[in-house]
Write a new protein. Structure first.
Length: 260
């Protein structure tokens, strides 16, 4: 696991954007796994800026989003479908037919989840998966105690996640109880995983994820088992890590060919 601590969310998002840009430079038809929530907004702003400046071409890219609420119309302002078009897809040249977001209105949710997994496979698997992390350690909507081998499926949100996401809905009671999310096993098959986390509310989750035991009680900790996992934080989210001077030193010593 590579831990990259940046002074602020802007700088951290710029590092994540450069990792995506390197991926697309090496593989213009890369398959990107995308996340929602407040954390990736700066990253998506930076991708849009790079695209407008002529540095990033998404014309051959395929995307798979991690998750979606069950029961929300795509046009609902808090749906992840709305989020992705507002913050990214409306502003870049990704093809509509190459965008994949779980359908929270599917009649047959288990069948839809199986088809989502099949489509990821048919596209050759995910090259680079962007992740946020919940205050209790979820990745996607894989809440604590999710099976570490889980696949795309329906999950029930914890009270804490419904509390955290209430601002998008106006009140906690309006936050859906159920979601569709890629599983932890699905996420672990991505070739590279980049987790971004900002703010002191994520400090405990980041410390447990990077330096704690691997446990389904802290789902993001499974990334310790991933061959190419990068954790990019601002100072506040890194504030409970013990080995920060080592992580900073490693980043400063990176050989030129590994830099982004
Ligand atoms: P946030 O959510 O980016 O809104 O903090 C992260 C997550 O739940 O994965």
């Amino acid at each position: 696991m590579e831990v990259i601590i940046q002074p602020d969310p802007q700088a951290a998002s710029a590092v994540a954007a450069r990792i995506i840009s390197h991926t697309l430079r090496d593989k213009p038809n890369a398959v990107l796994g995308l996340a929602t929530g407040s954390t990736p907004i700066l990253l998506y702003n930076e991708l849009v800026r790079m695209h407008r400046a002529g540095y990033l071409d998404f014309s051959q890219v395929t995307t798979f989003n991690l998750d979606e609420y069950v029961g929300l119309q795509p046009a609902h302002p808090a749906s992840y479908y709305s989020f992705m078009f507002e913050h990214l897809f409306n502003h870049i040249n990704v093809k509509r037919e190459n965008i994949n977001i779980p359908n929270g209105l599917a009649d047959d949710i288990p069948g839809h989840c199986r088809a989502y997994e099949e489509r990821i496979k048919a596209c050759g698997g995910i090259d680079l998966q962007i992740l946020g992390v919940g205050t209790e350690g979820h990745i996607g909507f894989n809440e604590p105690t999710s099976s570490l081998g889980s696949r795309t499926r329906s999950k029930t949100l914890t009270p804490r996640t419904r509390f955290d996401n209430a601002p998008y809905f106006g009140s906690e009671s309006k936050v859906p109880r159920h979601v569709i999310t890629m599983g932890i096993g699905t996420i672990m098959e991505a070739r590279t995983v980049v987790l971004i986390a900002y703010g002191s509310s994520k400090a405990n989750a980041i410390a447990q994820t990077v330096e704690g035991p691997v446990s389904s009680m802290m789902p993001a900790s499974i990334l310790q088992m991933h061959p190419v996992a990068k954790v990019i934080t601002d100072e506040a989210a890194a504030s409970q890590l013990r080995n920060t001077s080592y992580y900073r030193w490693v980043y400063e010593q990176k050989p030129e060919w590994q830099q982004f």
